[in-house]
Design a protein around this ligand. Structure first.
Ligand code: GLC
Ligand code: GLC
Length: 803
């Protein structure tokens, strides 16, 4: 069943009931200020780093779920309701939540009062704006009391939820007119504060949470709201909030609009205070002034829409299948932007406090992002490469505020370095900007160690070549892409990190997956080197790639599929010799994508994957699932069968297989797999899938799980970038190459043809793909050999491919 519908024209998903199976969220902001917002207005905001600069509080694992966030109450006579349903929980006469690109709108009504609440983070300003319009749709005058509240976090989200002996003493606010300023720790080392305000005179306020709520009450039963009053509390320690009260009278047909604002300000050290102890509010005043009217708010939303229209126009299609079009044109690209911004930090599953930016994750996220904002991709590549060590290995993660490598997790994930080659090549093919290779880039962020970026790529490849195991396959280290395949870990201690402990450093465990990566990205680098006139280097690498292919065919092929790894005792993993975990998905995807063994091996590997791993939502990660914990495998065997890395559909790696199908020119296979997990194609199974039907989730429970088909970890997953790569480059076959744009579709019989509009290096390509007898590529009316549209300076280029 469905809980809403796609409005493609508005580029929105419209949720028509508040009781979605899980909170269905959206992301606001794309620069410094970010917010998560659910379909009942829950969520939180932060500035750049969800751990260190948390602006509002959110209690993960709270009951009831998803309370707090943005709280609005409308009191109309005896009734109290919330325009987004929570926190009041009063049944509404109408409820709609429209999640759009960078904004969410809540439309609701109760007893002839209509509300429209739009929440957004405008471009270029560190502020969340909430525009609330109330309209009296009845024949009688209405006297309404309106409350709006936000609960402040004491900045460091981890400390905020652990260090109560200190934190209950430090909360401080200032109140000025209709604005509450949250200034905890500003008296000492912080130079930032937050504020919550409304563009109208308030009738009262509260800033102490427990006073506002009253004893034993949650947000749904706030005492001040029940009594239609404000206690004028001034927070001193405990939990600072901003709760604003407005009184309004609406005649029949009359409406009123308010703009609420939650802002973040940083002041220079010598301008922190305007008088002793009083914070300098100049910047806040200017921000509030900039959005002081509904017109200014509307202009900001219009600008945001324009911005997204511009971004999305870089790649759009018309295929005749509306589900495909909405995935490609809107939601998949939107999710690519979100994963680029957030990496794996803040979602309803990622607390924003644990992982920073992952090396491999961020590199892969770029594969779905380079075409959107190439300049930001360039900057990101340099940031990522700057945490690499001189020997080519790298920190696994870095913190976005400091950009420094994260020492807690350290290094030793031996797939990491190769992903740098993947994203850099993708960036250059997209932009033609070879100059990035000359960009001076440090090792481990140490000044003085800068070398041209290309040297980092070299060392990445060298690292693989110099870390081979007994079968000539790459050593796996802590883990490869599969973070849970910890072959040197041998952990017995509860709570010990599977990713960082190594109780038996075998120096032997090898990864067939990394071998596949090396063949693919080593070949890409060799092509690049040839273009740069580095023939000798290219030749050497091609030699290493050939050796690796030979090693895979000799030791990595199991007869019907590719093996996964060799363990610490050099026993195969992912082989028919194993009692469980006989076949894994990752090497089938990567080795076939890399062309190892050609189409013949490819066909057999993919047929085996489908036979043993296929379910109705995609391909499971492995089969049969591990039924018990095995020390020599690590975390993968810690999960109950069917969950996460132990045999769920781990959505991230399914598009590798889609691309592998394209590699062997099997359009039906590619389409079958793509449509099994693409959210818009399974929207009508939302009660089983449960996560948002407009974005990918990381994992869908496999057949062995009790809750087969249930998805988890929506939004922040490499699935977004790889799915976009699979559908755009594989199925639709629109591939940026160094010398032009290639059109090489691999579509199923059910798609007749399609049109693509693609902005590529300043030229707009309008491409038509259709079936017919006059096969071949025509560019601006002229027949062209092959499948690549040559580069042009013209602003527009028309091309037609007949297949
Ligand atoms: C998570 C991690 C990613 C890893 C994957 C498979 O998504 O973020 O780095 O590759 O799990 O274990
Ligand atoms: C767990 C998860 C995996 C994730 C890792 C991050 O192992 O199963 O998906 O990548 O944690 O450290």
């Amino acid at each position: 069943m469905k809980y809403g519908y796609f409005d493609d024209h508005a580029r929105e998903y419209v949720i028509t009931r508040p009781d979605t199976p899980l909170p269905w969220i959206n992301y606001l902001g794309s620069e410094g200020f970010f917010s998560l917002i659910s379909n009942t207005c829950g969520g939180y905001s932060f500035y750049k780093d969800a751990k260190l600069r948390r602006i509002t509080r959110f209690r993960y694992n709270d009951v009831p779920q998803d309370c707090g966030g943005r709280c609005f109450w409308i009191c109309d006579g005896d009734s109290v309701w919330s325009p987004a349903f929570l926190p009041a929980k009063t049944p509404l006469d109408l409820y709609k939540c429209r999640h759009g690109l960078g904004y969410s709108v809540f439309e609701s009504s109760k007893d002839k009062v209509e509300a429209e609440l739009t929440v957004t983070v405008p471009k270029g300003c560190d502020i969340e704006l909430q525009k609330l319009t109330l309209r009296n749709a009845g024949g009688e005058k209405k006297r309404l009391t309106i409350y709006a509240a936000a609960e402040f976090c004491l900045w460091n989200a981890v400390d905020d939820s652990t260090n109560y002996q200190r934190n209950w003493n430090i909360g401080e606010v200032e109140i000025e007119g209709s604005t509450v300023y949250h200034k905890t720790e500003y008296r000492e080392r912080r130079n930032h504060y937050a504020f919550y305000s409304v563009n109208a005179p308030i009738a009262g306020y509260d800033t102490d949470r427990d006073t506002f709520l009253g004893k034993f009450n949650g947000w749904g039963e706030a005492a001040a709201v029940r009594e239609r009053t404000s206690f004028m509390s001034r927070a001193s320690g405990w939990a600072p909030i901003a709760a604003l009260r407005l009184e309004a009278e609406l005649g029949p047909g009359e409406e009123k609009t308010y703009v609420f604002a939650l802002g973040y300000v940083e002041n220079e050290e010598d301008k922190k205070f305007s008088s002793p102890g009083i914070i300098n509010k100049d910047k806040a005043h200017a921000m509030l002034e900039a959005f002081s009217t509904a017109e200014r708010f509307d202009a900001a939303v219009a600008e945001l829409r324009e911005y997204w229209s511009g971004l999305l126009s870089r790649f759009s299609i018309r295929s005749g299948d509306e589900r495909l079009d909405r995935m490609v044109n809107i939601w998949n690209q939107y999710q690519c932007m979100v994963t680029f911004n957030m990496s794996r930090s803040a979602s309803y599953y990622e607390s924003g406090t644990g992982r920073g930016m992952g090396f491999r994750d961020s590199c892969q996220d770029l594969l779905g992002f380079v075409h959107l904002i190439p300049e930001r991709a360039r900057e990101r590549i340099i940031d990522i490469a700057s945490i690499q060590f001189e020997d080519g290995s790298t920190y696994h993660q870095y913190q976005p505020l400091t950009k420094r490598g994260n020492g807690d997790i350290g290094s030793g994930f031996n797939d990491d370095p190769l992903w740098l080659v993947a994203c850099t090549c993708a960036y250059i093919r997209e932009t033609g900007d070879f100059s990035i290779l000359e960009e001076p880039t440090p090792f481990n962020n140490e000044a003085g160690t800068e070398t041209p970026l290309i040297e980092h790529l070299r060392r990445s490849l060298d690292f693989t070549m110099t870390h081979l195991g007994p079968h000539g396959l790459p050593l796996i280290g802590r883990a490869d892409w599969n973070d849970c395949l910890n072959l040197n870990c041998f952990s017995k201690t509860p709570g010990e990190s599977f990713q960082t402990c190594s109780n038996f450093e075998s120096g032997k465990a090898e990864s067939v997956f990394i071998a596949g990566m090396f063949v693919k990205y080593g070949t890409e680098y060799a092509e690049l080197a040839e273009r740069l006139g580095l023939g000798g280097e290219a030749e050497k690498l091609r030699g290493a790639v050939r050796d690796m292919e030979a090693a895979v065919l000799r030791f990595g092929w199991d007869g019907e599929w590719f093996r996964r790894a060799y363990d610490a005792f050099s026993r195969p993993i992912g082989s028919r010799e194993n009692d469980e975990g006989k076949i894994f998905i990752e090497p089938q995807g990567f080795c076939v994508m890399a062309g190892i063994g050609g189409a013949e091996y490819g066909r057999r590997a993919l047929a085996s994957a489908e036979e043993y791993l296929g379910n109705e939502f995609g391909l499971e990660l492995l089969s049969p699932c591990y039924s018990e914990y095995r020390e020599y495998l690590g975390e993968i065997s810690s999960y109950p069968p069917g969950y996460k890395e132990n045999g769920s559909v781990f959505c991230h790696n399914n598009p590798w297989v889609t691309l592998a199908y394209c590699k062997i020119k099997d359009g039906e296979g590619a389409w079958r797999l793509y449509t099994r997990s693409a959210p818009a194609f399974i929207e009508d199974r939302s009660e089983i899938h449960r996560t948002e039907p407009y974005c990918y989730s990381q994992t869908i429970a496999g057949r062995m799980a009790q809750n087969y088909g249930e998805a988890k970890n929506s939004w922040l997953t490499g699935t977004a970038a790889w799915s976009f790569a699979a559908v755009s480059r594989g199925i639709l076959g629109i591939r940026p190459e160094y010398d032009g744009l290639t059109v090489d579709p691999c579509i199923p019989a059910c798609i007749e043809g399609f049109k693509v509009s693609r902005l590529f290096r300043g030229t707009r390509y309008e491409i038509t793909v259709r079936r017919g007898n006059d096969k071949g590529l025509t560019v601006n009316g002229t027949r062209v050999e092959g499948n690549t549209i040559p580069m042009t300076d013209a602003p527009v280029c028309m091309a037609e491919l007949v297949i």
